[in-house]
Write a new protein. Sequence first.
Length: 136
Amino acid sequence: MQPTPFTPWAWREPSALGNDPVTVESAEETGRTGVDLVGYRVEATDGHIGSIDKASYDVGDAFLVVDTGPWIFGRKVLLPAGTVQTFDHTERKVYVDRTKEQIKDSPEYDKETFETPEYRRQVGDYYTGSYRDFPY
């Protein structure tokens, strides 16, 4: 079986994993074509890391900014959309396929530079290097 390549800034295949933030149900219920993930809790493979403070759904450039609260002394982290394994819209949770330690060790988030190509490349490279084909 060929490993699935990791694409950091794109949501994973929604039909295979049920992890598309834009669902038919949400479009029918809310009248908009998407779910606002701001406020959703974020769960790493080994526990809760924080809540979504900002989300981008741009094709090929999607990300989540997560406020870690007291866990990393109020630090925010940028998670590329490709790290999202699945969603639970009922529980308002997003599950990512990285450990808390991997997220804690990610490049530091800076609200002034997080949208620059250099920072995006650094973050994308970091998460590509920690990608696992079959998360536990």
